[in-house]
Design a protein around this ligand. Structure first.
Ligand SMILES: Cc1cc2nc3c(=O)[nH]c(=O)nc-3n(C[C@H](O)[C@H](O)[C@H](O)COP(=O)(O)OP(=O)(O)OC[C@H]3O[C@@H](n4cnc5c(N)ncnc54)[C@H](O)[C@@H]3O)c2cc1C
Length: 384
């Protein structure tokens, strides 16, 4: 590793035991082995790192903020490439912003808002996730109208496993967006921006029965001003001290909602974040993210209730988050139920290490071998 080490200044290369422990894990239950941790700050460093790393037979695990819950940042005796120091907003115009991958999404959203502009992809973990991770996972926010982040990328700059610097746009984006870091390192992203929308309003509806909830959902989903509909079951509403009923929290892009006051709305926004912590505090450490088609949502909720599985979700996207205590057999049964109900896993969080065995996609393997034939990036993730 002597030559490889010299790519980085001393404060950007570590073989310290504490770092090896920290970077052995991400937000999942998996644990791997770390050879070293590096913190590049330029694309030139990344290119040199790849060149020397290849000659020394090293391979790399790419890491943004490390929130992934499926092991996509878990190293396999690899050099962990922490991109958090590449955190500059490079340029902002009235319709685009160009950023380095380590920018934290919430910081970017603040800067965009200051200019009276809007970036529509805001996933639940926006306060911690990096934009590089957002793109590599092809994440989506909670407003159904905007889809996944792929719709909001104008151009990417990447270095692939052949050590080629590429500028990518249009259909070629698929070679990197959603590939979970298996094809190369994204070092610059140009996002599209919109003018700021009008303030939202919110209504909360409580139900005792699944049929009443579905009836209300059917009604609100016909309103073209509805942007998001959150579902909370009795467990989640009681964790939040909102009673213990089934709940729908409906967001509108006009004044149709009952709650119009900015402060109240900000408080509600905090609910879903607070819920994440409460669920973990109650020792529900594993969360799944199945997609369930609308017609089968009642059967799915019945199954959850029968098995006392806390769950929240996004009715408008058909994505639910059942929460499990560690090594619950129901976690595996969930996959069968989802299949029976014509749903799919993953709905949201990707594939990583955890779900690889359930998905083999020859198209992904072809993309991987074009860009990373020697498999230097993210070994064990997404594709073998
Ligand atoms: C509580 C919680 C809520 C979530 N809510 C949502 C949600 O609402 N919607 C949604 O879609 N997803 C959601 N997710 C999943 C989420 O999108 C991703 O975990 C997140 O965007 C990844 O950001 P990160 O910086 O933590 O990436 P990491 O976890 O660090 O990395 C994720 C993947 O991206 C790769 N990667 C990171 N940076 C780069 C780069 N520069 N170049 C190439 N590859 C890279 C990594 O190798 C890894 O494979 C949630 C996750 C959690 C834990």
């Amino acid at each position: 590793m002597m030559k490889f080490k010299e790519v980085f200044p001393p404060n950007a290369y570590s073989e310290a035991a504490a770092d090896k422990i920290t970077y052995a894990r991400d937000g999942s239950e998996f644990e791997g082995l770390v050879k070293a941790v590096v913190y590049p700050t330029t694309k030139e460093q990344i290119a040199n790192m790849i060149m020397l790393g290849k000659s020394e037979k090293l391979h790399f695990t790419i890491r943004g903020a490390g929130t992934n819950t499926l092991g996509a940042c878990v190293p396999a005796n690899s050099v962990v490439v922490d991109l958090s120091r590449m955190n500059k907003i490079l340029e902002m115009t009235t319709n685009s912003v160009t950023v380095e991958p380590g920018v934290i999404l919430s910081n970017l959203l603040k800067e965009i808002q200051k200019k009276g502009l809007f970036f529509p992809i805001k996933p639940l973990e926006y306060k911690v996730c990096s934009v590089g991770g957002l793109v590599a996972m092809n994440s989506f926010g909670l407003d159904i109208r905007y889809g996944r982040v792929e719709n909001w990328i104008e151009e990417l700059e990447v270095i692939n496993g052949n050590n080629q610097k590429l500028k990518i746009s249009g259909p070629q984006l698929k070679d990197f967006v959603g590939m979970e870091g298996t094809t190369g390192i994204i070092f610059s992203i140009k996002f599209k921006l919109l003018p700021a929308p009008l303030p939202k309003t919110v209504s909360i509806f409580k139900f005792n029965t699944i049929s009443a909830l579905m009836e209300k959902y059917d009604f609100v989903s016909k309103n073209k001003h509805v942007t998001s509909v959150y579902f909370l079951d009795e467990f989640c509403s009681s964790f939040l001290e909102l009673g213990s009923s089934l709940l729908l929290i409906v967001e509108y892009d006009n004044d149709n909602g009952v709650i119009k006051n900015d402060e109240e709305i900000a408080k509600l926004d905090g609910f879903m974040e607070k819920l994440q912590h409460l669920i973990i505090n109650k020792k529900y450490v594993s969360k799944e993210d199945p997609y369930i088609p609308i017609e089968n949502i009642p059967k799915f909720i019945q199954w959850l209730r029968k098995n006392a599985i806390p769950c929240y979700g996004y009715m408008h996207l058909g994505i639910f988050h059942p929460c499990f205590r560690e090594s619950s057999p129901l976690n595996t049964e969930l996959y069968n139920i989802v299949k029976i109900l014509n749903g799919s896993v993953p709905g949201e969080y990707g594939i990583g290490i955890k779900r690889k065995q359930f998905f083999s996609n020859p198209k992904l393997s072809r993309i991987k071998s074009n860009h990373d034939p020697s498999k230097i990036f993210n070994r064990g993730v997404l594709i073998d």
